[in-house]
Design a protein around this ligand. Structure first.
Ligand SMILES: Nc1nc2c(c(=O)[nH]1)N[C@H]1C(S)=C(S)[C@@H](COP(=O)(O)O)O[C@H]1N2
Ligand SMILES: [Mo]
Length: 387
């Protein structure tokens, strides 16, 4: 049998094996565009979140607008979750191409197909690890943060290759007109193309809606998929890590507790809780915006960080490392850049919602400031190290 005979037979076998006309270039193109937009959104907001938490010298994250991070990270998690049905639908639509024959035509095509491995594996890893993290589940031996970050770069690199390779096919598939609503013939029971796309996008939209409720207050009752309700917990909002979980109960309750201000200052200072209470207090409504997507705005009251810096005689451009009584854990310390340190609403809070802070919300004092990721709003603060 000659080569063309083999190709024809394989094609015929494929057509029998994958009879659905939903395995179609146009559907693949539409899903691909939606998925590309969702992944690009996740990538931009995700890289931003890393820059904020580990800023390189050139990066300056401002304290205003106070709720900006809440929006960018809310969008990150919503776009990630909305991409899940798009990703699986797209993979199902195109998987017969795995069995194409010959497997590749020329070097460029080979490269394009090889790039599918990091694209598919990376995309699946990102949605899986992101979803696991949102649910506080870490079923792998490596750190979530680093893995999610580096795999994002690999996936986006592969996506750029893929978009470049599929540009022409996609345009051609979209330019082709047929009535997408027509039934596909007597042999084609089930969904037509429009119905299929509609179902996929509706699933995606519902997932987004049910997730959005964890940060968009009017949608709160729809937060069916959110693993925690932002408004459930002591003093009416969620707790990620309890004082017991962090191992700080005794240290936080110790009457000998002192807040220390040290480092590059003229006068290192120590304050008891009562001394902090007698200092000028300032109030601010600020959100906690967790990297995992939930957020809640609360009314905080406490001592301005800049007042403490002035008392200690720190310079105007001082930056701070805030340290917790907690000894382990990824949120035990945080950086406060000079703009955040000088913002009038960056506080060491003693109260929330008109009450003394609950132990689980960071008693005796927690850092709270505008436009910061939740993980940088350190609880059970023990020390401000000025740099
Ligand atoms: N010391 C310490 N501070 C911490 C944390 C922590 O685990 N330890 N978790 C952080 C994270 S990830 C978030 S989202 C907020 C949650 O604040 P809440 O528990 O008061 O709602 O606190 C932050 N501060
Ligand atoms: Mo968080």
């Amino acid at each position: 049998m000659d080569g063309t005979g083999v190709v024809a037979r394989v094609r015929a076998a494929r057509a029998r094996a994958f009879p659905s006309r939903l395995h179609d270039d146009r559907i693949a193109a539409i899903l691909g565009i939606a998925l590309g937009v969702a992944f690009a959104t996740c990538f931009v907001t995700g890289v931003l979140s890393y820059l904020i938490q580990d800023p390189p010298a050139w990066f300056r994250w401002p304290p205003r607008p106070a709720g900006l991070y809440r929006v960018t990270q809310g969008v990150h998690v919503i776009a990630g979750i909305a991409s899940i049905p798009l990703l699986f639908a797209k993979l199902w639509v195109v998987y017969p191409k795995l069995f194409r024959w010959p497997p590749f035509e020329g070097v460029a095509h080979l490269i394009e197909r090889v790039a599918l491995v990091p694209l598919i594996a990376g995309g699946l890893f990102q949605v899986f690890s992101g979803l696991a993290n949102v649910n506080l589940w870490y079923p792998y031996p490596f750190g979530f943060r680093g893995a999610h970050y580096w795999v994002a770069w690999i996936t986006i690199g592969a996506l750029v290759v893929h978009v470049g390779a599929k540009w022409a096919t996609t345009r051609a598939a979209l330019a082709r007109t047929y009535d997408a609503g027509l039934p596909m013939g007597a042999d084609q029971a089930g969904l037509d193309r429009r119905g299929f796309l509609g179902a996929v996008f509706a699933t995606s939209g519902l997932l987004a809606l049910f997730t959005a409720g964890q940060s968009v207050r009017p949608l709160e009752r729809l937060a069916l998929l959110a693993p925690r309700r932002p408004n459930e917990g002591p003093q009416g909002f969620a707790v990620n890590r309890t004082a017991a979980g962090a191992g700080v109960v005794a240290a936080a309750r110790d009457p000998g507790y002192r807040l220390v201000v040290e480092g590059k200052v003229e006068r290192p200072l120590r304050f008891s809780l009562d001394e902090l209470r007698t200092m000028p207090q300032h109030e601010a409504s600020l959100p906690i915006a967790c990297v995992e997507g939930w957020s809640t705005t609360q009314r905080w009251r406490g001592v301005r960080v800049r007042d403490l810096l002035d008392r200690a005689g720190a310079s105007d451009d001082a930056e701070i490392t805030v340290r917790s009584l907690e000894r382990g854990g990824p949120s035990r310390s945080a950086q406060v850049n000079r703009w955040h340190a000088r913002d009038r609403d960056t506080l060491l809070a003693l109260e929330v919602a008109g009450e003394q802070l609950d132990l689980d919300h960071g008693f005796p004092v927690r850092l709270i400031g505008p436009n910061r990721p939740g993980t940088m709003q350190t609880k059970w603060v023990e020390r401000l190290v000025v740099r």
